[in-house]
Design a protein. Structure first.
Length: 56
C-alpha cells in the first residue's frame, strides 16, 4: 500500500499531475456535452423552421 501511495504522489509532483489529468478529462467531457447540446439546439431550430414553412 505504501508503494501505491508513493506512486500516486509521483515524487512530490502528484498534485500537479492529477490536477492536469482531472482538468483534461473535465474539458473533454465538456466538449462532448456542448456538442450534443448544440446538435439538439440545431435540430430544434430546424424543426421550428420546417413547421413555419409548412404552415404557410
Amino acid at each position: 500500500m505504501s508503494s501505491f501511495i508513493s506512486s500516486l504522489a509521483m515524487g512530490g509532483h502528484g498534485g500537479y499531475v492529477w490536477t492536469a489529468y482531472g482538468l483534461c478529462i473535465f474539458l473533454m467531457l465538456l466538449n462532448v456535452v456542448l456538442t450534443f447540446m448544440a446538435r439538439r439546439r440545431y435540430l430544434d431550430q430546424l424543426s421550428k423552421r420546417r413547421q413555419r414553412e409548412a404552415s404557410r
